[in-house]
Design a protein around this ligand. Structure first.
Ligand SMILES: *Cc1c(COP(=O)(O)O)cnc(C)c1O
Length: 389
């Protein structure tokens, strides 16, 4: 016997689940060139338009001049340089937590935090719709792993009755494929009453949510007692790369001592930390980006409901259009592309079976006119997708 990869790939094709990588031939921004074609994109997670901001680019360039390119080694050897340290301190002040630990990716931050905190004999409870990295982390930890119904404090409560060892409740802050907010006030109260810790991965909340972009914990006014483990990623609203875990002194020391995805990897390039220091400043202080983004979100929702699209309960820049069937989702995406618009079709297994969708994401970099172009094209294409259904 041998590996029959061709058959596996053919099967995926037949199920309309084959994935392709659009080749981006321009910087991030609303107007991109993909596979040789100019397109207006509504699928980036660069929610505040900071990925190509001139001051962020200048900070990266100056950082490379001063600190070189490579991180050189892991943080515990000789890879922890001044810009990394300065960024950790700035993020601690920003999140109002005693300490922050910087990671190279959100995927690794999540693996690190969960596996350092729980193991065999413990319990990890996760929202069914959590990001794949959180689900992978829960499985890897070796703790008893169970998923509660999406955003359902009652379902969580039932699972909290039957736990062993230390219990970690893990949730996305903003759900990445639906755009809705975790009901943290209820979930945190449930967890606290049972002595469990809550870990929130707010990859999509930092930047768009909260008065200063502090994400879902700022939005709900939650303290470290409510959310002892707070994860943010830097590749989305911050427009750079990397991630962080914010919490107590003891939490961060525990991660440094025990988290294998932290210990056994090279630090991110220090110039990236320089760039993030600049984007953090812009994210925090330039509230007009959030205000403009919120106006775009409101206009999109109003326009989409006039067309009769089914939206989800999302107050965030993630505004999925629920289609259901993968083939129809691909068709809608293709019809939009023919009109010069790029919106990705998200299919199982990224989302539950039968809930394929177009994941529209809005950015402060979009103009109102660009949004009207999207709504105009959707009004044209939506009936075409439905006529042969
Ligand atoms: C994107 C994302 C991650 C992964 O972060 P990277 O820095 O891209 O590895 C983790 N959690 C959620 C909810 C995400 O959306």
């Amino acid at each position: 016997m041998t590996f029959d990869l061709a058959a596996r790939l053919a099967e995926r094709h037949a199920a309309h689940l084959y994935r392709q990588r659009p080749l981006l031939e321009s910087p991030q921004g609303p107007e991109v060139v993909v596979d040789g074609r100019p397109l207006l994109a509504f699928c980036s997670n660069d929610y505040l338009g900071l990925a190509s901001h001139p001051e962020v680019i200048a900070a990266l360039r100056a950082g490379a001049e001063q600190w070189g390119v490579g991180g050189g080694a892991s943080h515990l050897v000789i890879g922890h340089s001044s810009p990394h340290h300065e960024l950790e301190e700035a993020l601690a002040a920003f999140t109002g937590r005693p300490r922050v630990l910087l990671f190279s990716t959100g995927y690794m931050a999540n693996l690190a935090a969960v596996t350092a905190l729980v193991g065999q004999g413990d319990t990890v409870l996760e929202d069914r719709l959590n990001h794949a990295s959180l689900l992978d982390a829960g499985l890897l930890s070796g703790a008893r792993f169970s998923r509660y119904l999406h955003n359902d404090a009652v379902s969580l409560s039932k699972r909290l009755e039957r736990t062993q060892g230390n219990t970690l409740v893990v949730t996305d802050g903003v759900f990445s494929m639906d755009g809705d907010l975790a009901d943290l006030p209820a979930l945190c109260a449930e967890a606290r009453s049972k002595g469990a810790w809550v870990m929130v991965d707010d990859a999509h909340g930092f930047g768009p949510l909260g008065a200063t972009g502090g994400g879902i914990v700022e939005h709900f006014g939650l303290r470290i007692e409510d959310v002892p483990v707070l994860v943010g990623t830097l590749g989305k609203g911050f427009g750079t790369a990397g991630a962080f875990v914010a919490g107590s002194e003891e939490l961060v020391e525990t991660l440094i001592q025990f988290a294998r995805p932290y210990i056994y990897t090279t630090s991110q390039p220090p110039a990236v930390a320089c760039a993030t220091l600049k984007s953090l400043e812009l994210l925090r202080t330039e509230g007009w980006r959030r205000e403009h983004l919120n106006r775009l979100i409101a206009r999109f929702r109003a326009g989409a409901s006039e067309i009769g699209l089914s939206l989800m309960a999302s107050p965030t820049p993630i505004q999925p259009i629920l289609v259901g069937d993968s083939e129809r989702a691909l068709k809608l995406s293709a019809l939009l592309k023919a009109r010069g618009l790029l919106v990705g079709a998200i299919r199982p297994p990224t989302v539950p079976a039968g809930s394929a969708r177009l994941r529209v994401t809005l950015s402060a970099a979009h103009s109102e006119a660009q949004l009207e172009r999207l709504l105009g094209a959707l009004a044209e294409c939506w009936p075409l997708v439905n006529q042969d259904a």
